[in-house]
Design a protein around this ligand. Sequence first.
Ligand code: PMP
Length: 462
Amino acid sequence: MDDEAAGARTAAGILRRQSLRESGARTYARSLPVVPVRARGMTIEGADGRRYLDCLSGAGTLALGHNHPVVLQAIREVLDSGAPLHVLDLATPVKDAFTTALFETLPRELAERSRVQFCGPAGTDAVEAAIKLVRTATGRSGLLAFSGAYHGMTAAALAATGDTAVRGAAGGSADATVARLPYPYDYRCPFGVGGELGAELGARLTANLLDDPKGGIQPPAGMILEPVQGEGGVIPAPDAWLRRMREITAARGIPLIADEVQTGVGRTGAFWAVEHSGIVPDVMVLSKAVGGSLPLAVIVYREELDTWLPGAHAGTFRGNQLAMAAGAATLTYVRENGLAGRADLVGGRMLARLRGLAAHHPCIGDVRGRGLMIGLELVDPRAEPDDHGALPAAPHFAAAVRQEALRRGLIVELGGRHGAVVRLLPPLTITDEQAEAVLDRLADSLAAVERMEPSDDRASGQ
Ligand code: PMP
């Protein structure tokens, strides 16, 4: 008991100092006042001794959960070997092994004739590199990107991101070279029809704008898309739509960039999410899970695009040996143990149970996802539905569910256009029992929020 009280005091002190000393831009730390001190698999233990099931997984980074033994072993081996930890972009056995492991997982057509560029450590660095690469290779500057997209927080990646609030706040850097196209979003279909037709109308609009000499689109160097939008609200693109985007871009000589930063490494039930549709992009952007929990980001692209001259894309931190070792171990473990298939199976079961839950909770407007990338769009059931039957998003409700979940030892985050989508990104190693526990806690949290009076502070997100 004394230990617990002391732990709680330590945690409170750390959180207080964080709020006083860290930037106003801090994000997760605001809604998740947890001070992690230990973690294993899906479980995080806070300084106050409380344990949580982590369904955020470092924003989708931890394919194998926290501190997986094969990852720790790989890191230890590098440390014990006396290998240098910092090597710029020099060749090392560790990097060689990572590249081999990566190429073994890639779609064959790409693996056979591609190049890899090790970028700065974050996903956004790899997105920048991809955009710069296609601009160099094509000599064009335009970029096709989608509504709801999230590609990162640095200049070109931010310009491709759909959120005008963050773009505007960064000095109005809404890049005039970026054309915004509609992403197929069944529940809130921009054409009011949803389904295959809604997706097809988006594809036609895209082709039409590209072919119209007065369509207002700057000649595009590339098209960038997420096969499943993550931050945009867990929206899987229909396979047929992805194939249409591939046809449209291929027919017009426009390189297609698949941002698999969040969807990669088994997350969606295939090793790479593009495999569901069978398309082969010209550039793949990879980060998060490829570093096995440490920072690593690469782009893989067709050989023909490699028009870069020496030094065209440099950077000091492109040789993180520990991340490469952890990443290689993760890629190999996911592949050898069929964890993409496991994600598909468990994710499918979780989606089915959530759909059952939606029948009893009118605040769940939509349940969607692919593999272990799952989202629940929360809505206001007292409001009037639109023509297509969709209810207005309920971000305060979602924030209250996140808070109630935390009280019940479950870490979830929000996403979506209105911040009203509760997102589940558990590790691919989640057990059946853990999946049940996650859904039980989530169901209890939803019920608790529904019981609150509308004027209740927590339900109104204050
Ligand atoms: N692309 C996608 C699809 C992402 O989900 C993210 C991060 N959530 C990024 C790019 C940017 O990655 P990072 O935060 O590491 O810069």
